[in-house]
Design a protein around this ligand. Structure first.
Ligand code: SF4
Length: 194
């Protein structure tokens, strides 16, 4: 649903990719979302002393439809898991997730039936921040590392270093437009009997 769906594959300048990554990283909007004690540290990070607005993300949005970053701050109960998934699905694409603290990352010391043992069982996680609770400096470090990851992101899939085109096709299912039969050729393909 993001810009990726609009750009034709194979013809994109790297500098455009860098510009898009830079602008995305500098304008993350987090969803207002806290589950347990870690949320207090997350709130401190947004307050005046640590000042998240330095990174273009002081606006914690009240609606998931206006947010593209979810900071899962606190343990995730089984009851809360479907709610988190629902909120994640409602967020705008492209979107990112930070698991803040040991509870969100792995369940932490709550190794029991009531707590999901890591929010990555429910939604994909881009960055894990360790600690119980992580201090605001640690959360900011995770956010800055996420910025680097976003800046390095590719708009279209490309072969990795030393990857052959054959392996690339196998991994991504990519079809070279040159190899793809034209509409005219397709009408003359032999028909497979039903
Ligand atoms: S990691 Fe520690 S501070 Fe964070 S939710 Fe778990 S128990 Fe609370």
């Amino acid at each position: 649903m993001g810009l990726e769906t609009k750009v034709p594959s194979g013809i994109l300048l790297t500098s455009v990719e860098k510009f898009v990554g830079w602008s995305r990283a500098g304008s993350l909007w987090p969803a207002t979302f806290g589950l347990a004690c870690c949320a207090i540290e997350m709130m401190s990070t947004g307050a005046a002393h640590y000042d998240l607005s330095r990174f273009g993300m002081e606006v914690f949005r009240g609606s998931p439809r206006q947010a593209d970053l979810m900071i899962v701050a606190g343990r995730v109960s089984q009851k809360m898991a479907p709610v988190i998934r629902n909120l994640y699905d409602q967020m705008a694409d492209p979107k990112w997730v930070i698991a803040m603290g040991v509870c969100a990352s792995t369940g932490g010391m709550f190794n029991n039936y009531a707590i999901v043992q890591g929010v990555d069982h429910v939604i994909p996680v881009d960055m894990y921040v360790p600690g119980c609770p992580p201090r605001p400096e640690m959360l900011m470090d995770g956010i800055l590392k996420l910025h680097e990851k976003i800046k390095a992101g590719q708009l279209v899939e490309r072969p990795r270093k030393h990857e052959s085109m054959q392996d690339f096709r196998r991994r991504t299912g990519w079809i070279d437009p040159v190899d793809e039969p034209s509409a005219d050729q397709r009408t003359h393909l032999p028909q497979v009997p039903a």
